[in-house]
Design a binder for this molecule. Sequence first.
Ligand code: AMP
Length: 206
Amino acid sequence: MAAADRSWRIVFLGPPNSGKGTQAAMLAQSLGVPTISTGEMLRAAVEQGSELGQRVEAVMAKGHLVSDDMMADVVRARLAESDAANGYILDGYPRTLPQAETLDGILSEGSGGGLDSVLFVGAPESVLLARALGRGRADDTEEIARERQRVYREQTEPLEAFYEERGLLMRIDGAQTIESVKADIHRALGVAAPDARAEGVGAASR
Ligand code: AMP
C-alpha cells in the first residue's frame, strides 16, 4: 500500500536528545504530513513574547514541563488546523499520562480515528547526556540536561507502557547514526525510505 493511502497519526516518544525531533521532521517529509513539535511551538511563543510565551518561559528554562491544561489548548488548536486533517507527526506531545488521555479525547471527537503508531526512540542515558552537552545550547548546562532526563523518566516514561498495552508502540534504537535510525523507522512502518543521496544528508541534530 502506498504511503498516501494510509492514515498517519503518529506520535514520537523518547527522552531528550534521542534524536526524535530530527527523525520526526524527516519522516513527516517522506509521508507528506506536518510535524507538530510542541517544544518548537512553545519556543516560538517565547521568542514572540506572546502571552503563552510569557507564561511558559521560566518553566521551560528549568527543564520542567508546562501544565497539562495549557498544553491541551495548544494541541487542540493545532490539530484543528486544516493541514492536520490527513495525519501528522506529533513530536514532544503527549509527555504525561493525562496528556495521553487528553489526546485520546481530542481524537475521539474528530472523524479521523485514533493514533496509528507510536515510535519510541530510545538510547542509554550516557549517550543522551553526552549529546546534550556536546550540542552546547545555552540552556543545556549539565544540571538542566540531567533535570530534563529526570523529568522524562518520572513523567513521560510511563507512556511507553501505556502505548505498549494498546499495541501501538514500536521501539527504535536511537543510539545509531541518523541514517540508520531513519531506515529502521521506515522499515517499522513498512514504507520506503527516500534515497538519502537524492535528499542531501546532514540534518540538524535535534
Ligand atoms: P522539547 O523541544 O520537546 O524538548 O520541548 C522543550 C520544552 O518545552 C520542554 O522542556 C518543556 O518545558 C516544554 N514542552 C514541550 N512539549 C511539552 C509538553 N507536551 N508538555 C509539557 N511541556 C512541554
